[in-house]
Design a binder for this molecule. Structure first.
Ligand code: HGY
Ligand code: MN
Ligand code: MN
Length: 413
């Protein structure tokens, strides 16, 4: 690829990373915050300056379209610009920018050659992939793929009581566009895990996804005076939550190492007053494994542990909501596309699984979908220290360009 396009990519990446930049070298761009609005406005401007038509759908998904043949279906490429709090600048954003640059290069090649691709091209920034401010994660692609109703999504509120609808409206980001039918989707993303960095592999052809069981849980107790209430009469929700957090983490001891990942990652204490025993604790349980058999076994074990901790702490545990995705494979033709593109460019590659969810996790159930990884140094992610080298980013963009070219000419049909 012409050197300038590498330099242009790196310059765009540096500029993109200034939106919501944190002192520790990461970004803070939670969904529909002003910082998310700023980076979306920047992408909108970049789309327009490069001849894309820009559209917004009803859940704030932002699209840039290049039409070659009116009425032809589209093929879609992209990822997400929103981030976790105090997080890395590569997660999602790299994939949006790589998709933009790869689509620009492929469109320019067709124009220069006077050829017509089989499909029109679109780039997307999916709204709220991270699910940090508004749960569940992968929200924009879940609505697009029919897994979550738009009304339900728009009415979900953050911990401050602001709804998705109000937050998007404040950014003037609620549209009424419906993307024409798509024949395929591809996404490039950092691995967010250590396997590629450990093995020195430069391109990951994602063959399948782990599955996830995520639960919103409330531990119910009763308020009381921390000084005067007898210990034997207490129904301390925070004590119940402490036992639950330990129980969730100790589940992995009953499974082969690294085959089950469990976390309690979010916690709210009510009333959270120093001299009052907690009446309620809300927390978020996240369980991941290669298949649902492992997760079903882990869940059964957890429910048994919950019965014991309820008796021991005189509290009650309620499951309020769940968000799950089952493992699933990506189309073989797409995995092969990644391997062939990496071979053509002389980059090492391996078939990998994704332990994290992505928008591709949703879209793969709709149309033939390709997910490509580039290495994360030390596997660090959702952390300001997240890092992928420039050379690995650029290799990924070049590989992705070959994938875009193949898909737009019908390679996934
Ligand atoms: O939930 C996930 O795994 C994704 O990173 N949002
Ligand atoms: Mn991501
Ligand atoms: Mn993420």
């Amino acid at each position: 690829m012409p050197e300038d396009s590498h330099e242009t990519f790196l310059a765009d990446f540096a500029l993109m990373s200034t939106f919501g930049a944190t002192a520790g070298g990461g970004v803070e761009r939670q969904a529909a915050t002003p910082e998310d609005g700023q980076v979306r406005a920047w992408l909108t401007d970049l789309f327009r300056k490069s001849g894309f038509e820009v559209h917004l759908d009803g859940i704030g998904n932002l699209y840039g379209l290049i039409e070659f043949s009116p009425g032809a279906d589209y093929v879609l490429f992209g990822s997400h610009l929103d981030s976790q709090p105090m997080a890395g600048k590569y997660d999602g954003a790299y994939g949006v920018l790589a998709a933009f640059h790869a689509v620009v290069r492929v469109a320019e090649a067709h124009r220069a050659a006077g050829t017509m691709p089989k499909y029109n091209l679109a780039v997307v920034d999916w709204f709220n992939e991270e699910g940090s401010r508004f749960k569940p994660s992968m929200m924009g692609s879940a609505v697009y793929s029919g897994k979550l109703s738009i009304d339900e999504a728009l009415s979900i509120s953050d911990s401050g009581g602001v709804s998705v609808r109000d937050a998007l409206t404040a950014l003037d980001a609620v549209g009424d566009f419906t993307l024409p039918p798509i024949a395929g989707y591809a996404e490039i993303h950092i691995e967010q895990g250590p396997s590629m960095d450990d093995s020195g592999v430069k391109i990951g052809a994602v063959a399948a996804t782990w599955c996830a069981y995520k639960y919103e849980v409330a531990v119910q107790g009763e308020q009381g005076h921390t000084g005067s209430m007898r210990m034997a009469s207490r129904k301390d929700a925070l004590l119940g939550a402490a036992h639950l957090i330990t129980a969730v983490n100790e589940l992995v001891d009953d499974f082969e190492q690294e085959t089950l990942h469990t976390t309690v990652s979010e916690l709210y204490v009510l009333p959270n007053s120093p001299v009052t025993i907690a009446r309620e604790v809300r927390l978020h349980i996240d369980m991941r494994a290669e298949n649902t058999e492992i997760l079903d076994r882990a869940l059964a074990l957890l429910l048994a542990k919950i019965e014991l901790l309820e008796q021991r702490t005189r509290t009650a545990v309620q499951f309020l909501a769940s968000n799950t995705w089952r493992s699933g494979t990506f189309v073989e033709a797409g995995v092969k596309l990644v391997e062939d593109a990496a071979d053509e460019l002389g980059h090492s590659h391996a078939r990998v699984k994704t332990l994290a969810g992505h928008d591709a996790t949703n879209i793969k159930d709709l149309v033939p979908t390709v997910l490509v990884f580039v290495p994360s140094i030390d596997g660090i992610s959702h952390n300001e220290r997240e890092l992928t080298s420039d050379i690995d980013m650029l290799a990924g963009v070049d590989v992705f360009e070959r994938i875009v070219h193949a898909i737009v000419t019908g390679a996934l049909d």
